[in-house]
Design a protein around this ligand. Sequence first.
Ligand code: GLU
Length: 392
Amino acid sequence: MTRKRIVVKIGSSLLTDQKRLTPRWAFMQRIMEDISLLREQGYDILLCSSGSVALGMKMMGVDPENAGLRDKQASAACGMPLLLNAYKQIGHEYDLNIAQILVTLGDFEIHSRFLNTKNTLQRLLQAGVIPIINENDTITTEEIRVGDNDRLAAKVAQMVLAEHLIILTSVDGLYDKDPSDPEAKLVEEVQDVSQYLSVTEGVSALGSGGMLTKLQAANMAQNSGCHTIIANGETDNPIASALFGEHPRTICLAHSEPLATWHSWLSERLHVAGSIVVKNEAADAVEKEERGIQREDVINIEGPYVKGDVIHIYDENGTERARGMSDFTSEETEILVRNLDIPVKQLLGYHSRAVLVELGNLTTLDERHLPWEQPEPVKQTKIEPFPDETAN
Ligand code: GLU
């Protein structure tokens, strides 16, 4: 029997007693019992568990309202063993073995590290161990952190080719209006998450939210062929009842034609290093899968990025048309683009094809992708060759 994979994300508010900042043992018991039952039914579960920061605050003598970055980083260091200890103790009752995986942005965004993390997760699953994954908050700073466990869990789902991502939270799912509005209705099924972005923005602003990152996570998951269920965790068998629809919930359906693994890695990003603007005909050619990006195509470069980074590819109208892995740094790209008539070896000192992004390392973006959070401005200053250097 092929085992099915489910990634379950559990938020801090479910795991910790907000007043005493201690683990909610009874809730965690329900989770572990549920995992044990689902394992018997052929499901492998990976947990993305929050809670380390909240649980460590007591030891650090800080409270959630006025904790600064250092306080939170130190609290995560104190809270992580408490969290894992609780899982370990409860797991023992159900004969479940657990393992801790702490990740940072690079473990998803750098392909070699992505594969490394994936292989470790596969090995743990093979041995019947439950991976408990969290961000390594103690060492992460703004530039290298994912920031929320919703999108982190979606990346894990993409990594292990999970069939379901279940996001357990303290509301029943996504509402079509601010949930405090008596007219608000639960949305049971979502195909296109972009329809609900404006609603979630409103909800977040009122402080009852966190729904925006959940929908972003759902979009990443659905593009990679994974269904996302957003459900209330305050119930018996929280995971199974969400999975089998025993309570109201929201399901964001996977696309029927998901992206291939490599294309999904290229497009479902948490961070994009830089961008280039290319002529419209080049963007069209990429879309038709005719060719990669050549140096003649480039109008503008926004760096810095390094070889192997994934970059946005915009057309002249400012529409993001593709994402791809660059074969050159942004500095090298600029030198190549400004000196079209000079061979690569002469400009960079090593021999290489003058293709900036190979066709095989490009993925086009269609309407199913949510727009990037902070669109890069498309500069109007076009790159022109240096007259002196091209003259000889
Ligand atoms: N990594 C954080 C923690 O363990 C939680 C982040 C989140 O819930 O999105 O407390």
